[in-house]
Ligand binder design. Structure first.
Ligand code: 6PG
Length: 246
């Protein structure tokens, strides 16, 4: 890995990993709201964060977050209708935002009713409205990311453009039968975040975890290696199965 060595934390199982992620979410929200009166978060998709969303939507954690000061974005989105079960927006809406008082205007889904390129341009315009520090996008207080068995993260896949310009782009990728057309934030956006959390669970990810964290630096094959915030925390939350080859 290039850059600062990541903070790798290993847990017995997904439940313990999710509880740790929830504690980090609460702490990041508290700090951001204390200092800037807002909490800017980019959610990930896939199955791994589902338990985390459920924990945050339930007592006691639900009462520990100032939800009305949260601005929600997605690190990537599948280009499917928002009601589609494959939608990353729909997953977070149903598991989390339907249970907490975050105003709908604070929930910034990718407008997948547009064609992918237009959706990416539209999303970049929304991100610009929350930009800070001379960036063309918000400096996220917290970014959640997953890891694919092929070393991808968000929708940054092997062989993709190493340094795409701008904040968001439309991509096409085949992975585990998931929707191929996607919109993803770019590495520059992730790397400007204050805190990036990877949540990785399961034996099927163990080789990718070992390759990304301990293997040679080859980000074209392992795009997750492109993620190392310049001035932010990089924390990998792994369960024992995902960490077994470290
Ligand atoms: C997506 C995600 C993707 C995901 C990884 C891991 O839209 O699918 O953003 O990057 O995080 O593929 O997915 P799982 O958590 O389902 O293993």
């Amino acid at each position: 890995m290039a850059g600062v060595a990541p903070d790798v934390r290993i847990f017995p199982d997904l439940a313990a990993l999710s509880e740790a992620a929830a504690s980090l979410w609460v702490a990041a929200a508290d700090q951001a709201i204390l200092v800037r009166d807002t909490f800017l978060v980019a959610l990930s998709g896939g199955s791994t964060p589902a338990m985390l969303y459920g924990l945050l939507a339930s007592s006691p954690l639900r009462e520990q977050v100032d939800w009305i000061r949260l601005q929600a974005f997605w690190g990537d989105e599948r280009c499917v209708p928002p009601e589609d079960l494959q939608s990353n927006y729909r997953q977070a809406r149903d598991l989390l935002f339907a249970q907490v008082p975050t105003p709908p205007a604070n929930i910034h889904r990718v407008r997948t009713e547009l064609d992918p390129d237009q959706a990416a341009e539209d999303y970049a315009r929304v991100l610009l409205q929350y930009a800070s520090g001379g960036l063309g996008w918000p400096r996220f207080d917290l970014v959640l990311l997953g890891l694919g068995e092929d070393g991808h993260t968000a929708s940054l896949f092997p062989g993709s453009d190493p340094q795409p310009a701008g904040a968001a782009l439309a991509v096409t990728a085949e992975y585990q039968g998931r929707p191929a057309a996607r919109v993803t934030l770019t590495p520059a956006v992730f790397n400007s975040a204050r805190e990036v959390l990877f949540l990785v669970s399961g034996q099927s990810k163990s080789q990718a975890v070992a390759d990304v964290l301990n293997g040679a630096f080859r980000p074209d094959d392992l795009p997750a290696q492109r993620i190392h915030p310049a001035e932010g925390a990089l924390i990998w939350l792994l369960d024992q199965d995902a960490a077994q080859l470290l």
